[in-house]
Design a protein around this ligand. Structure first.
Ligand SMILES: [Zn+2]
Length: 224
């Protein structure tokens, strides 16, 4: 705990005062420009990865960067998404998976979850990703390869789940929200981004315009 308390005191004396103007502004309101859905993993730090300031990104984190499909028993993730998209009107949404994800490993090794029933239940929201990877790879394939595929498929699976949320579906239909699917590689710092036009993950670059917004959800003109 000492390390945390020392950190808070250092933040108060060395950081907060130097950016008083920013914090005064943030004390009144927030106007983030992106929703960032990431894993709770300690190695994934959205503000560090994107070099964003407080107030820039609205972060939702849980084990496996999972978004349960919308349903009658909505939980905290659904409420956070609704508030971000409908309440704050944030125009960009990124689902970001990462390499060496413990939640994704748990999906591949489901037999080891006897003592973690809550984790077992939670990762069922990624069942489609698991089935896709099992259909594409034989069980004999190296785990590292299957894990990497699962991390990527899970991002796509969660993007699909996202579109079942009425607030997200409405903003997509109105052309007021863009979706992005990222995978962050912890070792290299590189980010893969899903390009819906090419239907594949590509390396994120300065000129990257790749979007993961599903074609079905792209704005269309209703025939009169
Ligand atoms: Zn993870």
């Amino acid at each position: 705990m000492h390390r945390l308390i020392d950190g808070v005191l250092r933040f108060q004396t060395e950081i907060h005062g130097k950016r008083q103007e920013l914090f005064n502004e943030l004390g009144e309101r927030q106007r983030p420009f992106a929703v960032f859905i990431a894993c709770s993993d300690s190695r994934v730090v959205p503000e560090l990865l994107t070099q964003c300031d407080p107030g820039d990104i609205f972060v939702i984190r849980n084990a496996g960067n999972i978004i349960p499909s919308y349903g009658p028993s909505s939980g905290g993730v659904s409420a956070s998404i609704e508030y971000a998209v409908q309440g704050l009107g944030i125009p960009n949404l990124i689902v970001c998976g990462h390499s060496d994800c413990g939640a994704m490993k748990a999906i591949l090794r489901e037999d080891k979850l006897d003592k973690m029933p809550a984790v077992g239940a939670w990762i069922k929201h990624a069942a489609a990703a698991k089935e896709i990877v099992e259909a594409r790879f034989s069980p004999g394939e190296a785990e590292k390869k299957r894990l990497n595929a699962l991390v990527h498929e899970n991002v796509l699976c969660q993007l699909r789940n996202l579109t079942t949320h009425p607030s997200v579906a409405a903003k997509l239909a109105a052309g007021q929200l863009s979706l992005h699917g990222w995978v962050y590689n912890i070792d290299s710092g590189m980010v893969d981004t899903f390009d819906a036009e090419r239907q594949e993950f590509v390396t994120l670059t300065r000129d990257s315009t790749a979007q993961a917004t599903p074609k079905l959800m792209v704005r269309y003109q209703t025939r009169k």
